[in-house]
Design a binder for this molecule. Structure first.
Ligand code: LMR
Length: 397
């Protein structure tokens, strides 16, 4: 059966973890995957999560099957974060939300559902985009193309080119948009640019699919929801995949959500019924724990505040690492201007390091980064910062 099966390449992001784990060097640093580590180099277990888990453990709940779309308390918590608790869409029953296996799982059930709705549509992703977007939509059976996004010369968004492309797409095209903290570039659209994108989607009859894996990592929960809020106000139908992997530090619990905005309550019921079929035929119904913890934290004013404070702490530490890296590179005598690192948003910096330089970082220094030059700032800390800066200085010299 398997004689003709070829060896697949390592995953460009998670494959780095495998190589990193096999590296025996004590000084090794993993700047590959988008994971937040604290200043001690540990993945934190947030106090808000600990409190919710403790209460849950004490109550010893049974482990029956969940509803196919996950619990309603979780859906409501997700919707309030994305759309704002007073959103008219929510009051009108125009949003359905299904628990999903992380942001990736949300994209996948959204992709499978879209494939049944509009099998011939092309999916457009930003150039560049998260390494898994193309593969995920291609595996769901779609043709995937790029729209222009990043401008290496300005280290910002080439908005004119992006607009020109989106404005020329055939109706029904699916456009994947990073709602905040663009992965991998850290270059986001402005408020005014989002409004223009909404207009282009409306005029062109496009299907917007917002991917929001980093809400809270740019400016905070509310400001980071600006793209979703503009789409929500537009009257358009759209998709949002969201994730608590990063914001709750619950990576391995695989806890995310797919939300779909419909035209009316009655339409929501039909859409949810079809989405449930997609879920049922994939994995039947989602796991319990992550959703229970997130719902418990977000529905308790005290735990919610604790969580927002902890999230702000993560955001601030990443910012400090951005400044720290720029200063350390200067101190190493690097003449190239790296100040753009401070302006990029979210966990990543798109450093401009070449694949060869990234390769040298790994072989000579045990520092792992994505071959595109993306590094995760959230893996820097007060002990490895100088080492990383010195290594970068060597490879760019
Ligand atoms: C990343 O981009 O590193 C994260 O979103 C983790 C992943 O699943 O790739």
């Amino acid at each position: 059966i398997f004689a003709a099966v070829e060896m697949a390449p390592r995953d460009p992001i998670l494959g780095l973890n495998e190589a990193f784990n096999a590296d025996a060097r004590e000084t090794k640093v993993n700047l590959g995957v988008g994971v937040y580590y604290d200043d001690n180099g540990k993945i934190p277990l947030l106090n808000a999560v600990k409190a919710a888990e403790k209460a849950r453990l004490e109550s010893m709940p049974p482990r029956g099957y969940q509803p196919i779309e996950g619990p309603s308390a979780y859906a409501q918590a997700v919707q309030a974060l994305l759309f704002g608790k007073d959103s008219a869409l929510l009051a009108n029953g125009q949003v359905i939300t299904a628990e999903a296996l992380g942001g990736t799982g949300a994209l996948k059930i959204g992709a499978d559902f879209l494939k049944r709705l509009n099998p011939d549509a092309t999916v457009y992703i930003s150039d560049p985009s998260w390494e898994n977007h193309r593969a995920l939509f291609e595996f769901a059976g779609f043709k995937v193309e790029n729209y222009p996004y990043y401008d290496a010369a300005t280290r910002g968004v080439d908005f004119a080119a992006m607009k020109a492309c989106l404005g020329g797409l055939p109706a029904g095209s699916i456009v994947v948009l990073h709602a905040c903290c663009h992965n991998p570039t850290g270059a986001d659209l402005t408020d005014a640019q989002w409004q223009e994108v909404v207009g282009l989607c409306r005029d062109g009859g496009l299907v917007p699919f917002l991917d929001m894996a980093y809400q809270g990592f740019a400016d905070g929960i509310e400001p980071d929801a600006v793209a979703v809020r503009h789409f929500a106000a537009s009257g358009l139908q759209f998709f949002v995949s969201s994730s608590f992997s990063k914001s709750f530090s619950l990576y391995g619990e695989r806890i995310g959500a797919l939300s779909i905005v419909t035209a009316a309550r009655e339409e929501s019921a039909r859409v949810l019924s079809q989405l449930k079929r997609v879920i049922r035929t994939n994995y039947s119904n989602p796991p319990i724990h992550g959703a229970a913890v997130v719902a418990a934290v977000l529905s308790s004013p005290e735990l919610r505040q604790m969580w927002e404070d902890e999230l702000a702490g993560m955001r601030d530490r990443i910012r400090a690492m951005r400044t720290g890296l720029v200063e350390a590179l200067k101190a190493e005598g690097v003449s190239q201007d790296f100040s753009f690192v401070i302006k990029q948003r979210g966990m990543f910096s798109y450093t401009g390091l070449t694949a060869e330089q990234v390769e040298r970082l790994r072989t000579e220094f045990g520092i792992y980064a994505v071959s595109t030059g993306r590094i995760c700032l959230a893996a820097l800390n007060s002990r490895n910062l100088a080492y990383v800066a010195r290594a970068i200085a060597k490879v760019v010299a």
